[in-house]
Structure formats: structure tokens, C-alpha cells
Ligand binder design. Structure first.
Ligand SMILES: *[C@@H]1O[C@H](CO)[C@@H](O)[C@H](O)[C@H]1NC(C)=O
Ligand SMILES: *[C@@H]1O[C@H](CO)[C@@H](O)[C@H](O)[C@H]1NC(C)=O
Length: 385
């Protein structure tokens, strides 16, 4: 009894100590310089983090990876789902939209890369910073919702294999339009808030990295818009789809378990399990840490406390952008058309080359009439097309 009480006191002590050390002003809050209201003052820890290799080397390198992998993969996905998928399926409609959302974010990453390489100096002005943030968070929540739709649809296909295709496609298009309208209208607060802050020392302008507090005694009005945006997005737009996805996958696995037996079913099962693994990794790396840290960060800011884990917080936001590289793996395991195009592209084969190879193999088969060549050509065809 006594020991429990001591333990509780100790825990409380630690907690209040960490809060107290927080209120000393470590982190990324900036105050207006009383002598020159154009400039923002930040403390030494903020200066250290803004000039550290984490934000000036590691983060731009990660964005380069996002750009190099995400741009071609998602561009190819949009092209395949829109123009190369003959039998349109609700899942290809959801994946086309997911790829489009990723593409809309990835095209802005060059600005982000140059911002970090210049020592976190935003030289493109406030409007472009707003656009970058709007597309970054718009992509994040669009992706969560499209992945949720795709997961429910995957379950639906297994549970109701005979449902009507045309009707389902109409529903999918309507759902996608609703998601785009909803997400783009909810990003309005991001466009109303001033994200850039011109710091006094170092002589840089930050984009979204420093929250300017106008009145230190009453910090809430300065960040009110972002607070309501991130609390709403984190607790509703993120958490609800999370629950939906978990339920959909539990039901999907159960439905697949019932239909086990033939080899087609086991292949389907393998693909479904891979899809679940990719979505799980995407959420564990990209969405869950960033959303927890956003809610924590703005809840602390609201009370004038600063986030002691600021380096961790900015890293989680940076990791969130990796979802644009992970989504192509989802397309790979769900869509046969995308799988074929990836294989042909990676093997540097155009469809014409595949056709030519097939012809040459066939002629070889006929000229030699050897059994081994027949099986060889069969293998090559199935892997190439
Ligand atoms: C910071 O940059 C501004 C804008 O170019 C310039 O006018 C100012 O002199 C610079 N200040 C310092 C301390 O370098
Ligand atoms: C940041 O950019 C501004 C405007 O281009 C420039 O005046 C300033 O010197 C830059 N700061 C650093 C540290 O390079």
C-alpha cells in the first residue's frame, strides 16, 4: 500500500518535472520581437534543431527518396488505372484516387527539399508554404480514407462475390468525390493560418516549423485554427477509418479462412495477407506516430506548453510523407494490371518486346520440338505478361 503511494508520487513528480521543464520554453514557439514586430525570436534549442543535421540533411534526403520513388510509381499507377485497366473495378477506382492524392503531394516535395537544404530557409513566400501544407495534410487524410474504402471493398469482394459491378462502380465514384470535397474543404484552416515565420537569428524564414505566439500569457488564440483542425482530423478523420480498417481486415481474414482449399483461394489469401501487412506498416510508420504527435503537440501548445520531443515530432511528420512510397506496394498486391506493368517496366520490356519474344520462342519451339523449350517458353510468357 505504502509503496504504491510512493510510486504514484514519484510518477507524479516526474510528470510535473517534465511539464515544468517544458514551460521553460524549449521547443519551437516563437515570440514577436518587441523591438521589431516583423521578426520572431526563438530560443537556443529551436536554433540548434533548425541548424542540426536532422533537419538540414536527414529530412531532405528522405524527401528525395519520396520524390524518386513516389513520383514514377504513382504516375504509373494513375496511368494504369485510368487507361490500361479494361475492366474497371471499384478497387481500381479507389487506388487511382489514392495514387492521384500521392501525386499531388509528391510534386511539391522539390520545394520542401530545397527548403531544408538551404538550412530551413523558406524563400518561396507564404502562399506556396500554405499550398505545401494544404497538399501535405490533404494527402495524408485522403490516403487514410481511400485506404479505408479499399479495405472495405476488398472484404466486400470476398464476402459478396456476385454483387453487381456497375452499381458498385457508381458507389465508388460517388464516395471518392465526397472524400475529395470533404478533405479539401476541411483543409481551409491551413490556408487561413500564417505558416511562415521570419526569425531574427538565424536569418531564416521557416515554413510551418515555428508557431508564432502573439501573446505569451494567452497563447490559444494564436494557434486556435490549427488546434481545432488537428484535433478534429486526429480524433475523427483518422481514428474512425482506423477502426473501420481493423474490422474490415478481421472480417476479410475470417471470410478467406472459410474459403480455403483450392489453390486460387490460397493465392488470394496470400495477396490479402500482403495487403494487410503493407497497410499495417504504412499506419505504424506514417500515420499513427504523426497523428499522435500532432494531437499531443497542439494540445500542449494550447496551454502554452512546448513539446519537449520536438525533434521526434518533426521526424514523425517527415516519416508520414513516406506513405507516398508505400502505397504503390498496395497497388502491386491488389491490381493484376499494375503488377504486370511494374514487372515489364522493371525488366525494361515494352509490350512490343514481350510480343516479339513470344514469337521468337514459339518459332524456336516449333523448330526444335523439344519438351524443355516448351516449358521454358511457357514460364517466360507467364512472367513477362
Ligand atoms: C537578413 O536578411 C535580410 C534580407 O535579405 C537582410 O536585409 C538582413 O541584413 C539580414 N540580416 C543579417 C543579420 O544578416
Ligand atoms: C534566407 O533567405 C533570405 C531571402 O532569400 C536571405 O536574405 C537570407 O540571407 C537567407 N538566410 C540564410 C541563413 O541563408
Amino acid at each position: 500500500m505504502e509503496s504504491t503511494r510512493i510510486l504514484l508520487l514519484l510518477l507524479l513528480g516526474c510528470f510535473s518535472a517534465s511539464c515544468a521543464s517544458g514551460s521553460k520554453g524549449r521547443g519551437f514557439i516563437g515570440w514577436k520581437d518587441p523591438e521589431n514586430l516583423d521578426d520572431v525570436i526563438v530560443d537556443q534549442t529551436a536554433v540548434d534543431t533548425l541548424t542540426s543535421p536532422l533537419t538540414t540533411v536527414f529530412m531532405p534526403v528522405l524527401y528525395i527518396i519520396v520524390l524518386v520513388v513516389g513520383l514514377p510509381a504513382n504516375a504509373m499507377a494513375v496511368w494504369v488505372f485510368l487507361f490500361r485497366t479494361k475492366k474497371k473495378h471499384p478497387s481500381s477506382i479507389y487506388m487511382a484516387n489514392l495514387a492521384l492524392a500521392d501525386l499531388l503531394f509528391v510534386i511539391w516535395t522539390p520545394l520542401k527539399i530545397s527548403y531544408h537544404f538551404q538550412g530551413n530557409n523558406w524563400t518561396y513566400g507564404e502562399p506556396l508554404c500554405k499550398v505545401l501544407m494544404g497538399f501535405f495534410y490533404g494527402n495524408m487524410y485522403c490516403s487514410v480514407l481511400f485506404i479505408a474504402c479499399l479495405s472495405v471493398q476488398r472484404y466486400w469482394v470476398v464476402a459478396h462475390p456476385l454483387s453487381q459491378q456497375r452499381k458498385n462502380n457508381k458507389v465508388a465514384v460517388c464516395v471518392c468525390v465526397a472524400i475529395w470535397v470533404f478533405i479539401w474543404s476541411t483543409t481551409t484552416p491551413l490556408y487561413l493560418y500564417n505558416h511562415t515565420a521570419k526569425l531574427k537569428t538565424p536569418n531564416i524564414t521557416t515554413c510551418h516549423d515555428v508557431n508564432v505566439i502573439h501573446d505569451p500569457l494567452n497563447p490559444f488564440p494564436s494557434i486556435e485554427l490549427l488546434y481545432f483542425y488537428f484535433i478534429f482530423m486526429g480524433l475523427v478523420v483518422f481514428l474512425v477509418p482506423c477502426v473501420v480498417i481493423v474490422v474490415a481486415y478481421i472480417l476479410l481474414l475470417r471470410a478467406l479462412g472459410d474459403s480455403m482449399g483450392d489453390s486460387a483461394a490460397s493465392k488470394n489469401r496470400h495477396r490479402a495477407v500482403m495487403l494487410i501487412v503493407i497497410v499495417l506498416v504504412t499506419f505504424l510508420v506514417c500515420f499513427i506516430p504523426s497523428n499522435i504527435m500532432l494531437v499531443v503537440h497542439y494540445s500542449l501548445l494550447k496551454d502554452g506548453l512546448v513539446n519537449n520531443g520536438y525533434g521526434f515530432y518533426v521526424s514523425t511528420l517527415c516519416l508520414a510523407s513516406l506513405n507516398s512510397c508505400l502505397d504503390p506496394f498496395i497497388y502491386y498486391f491488389v491490381s493484376e494490371d499494375f503488377r504486370d506493368h511494374v514487372k515489364n517496366t522493371l525488366l525494361c520490356r515494352s509490350s512490343r518486346t514481350v510480343e516479339r519474344m513470344r514469337v521468337s520462342f514459339n518459332s524456336m519451339k516449333y523448330s526444335r520440338k523439344s519438351k524443355s523449350y516448351v516449358s521454358d517458353s511457357g514460364d517466360t510468357q507467364s512472367s513477362a505478361c
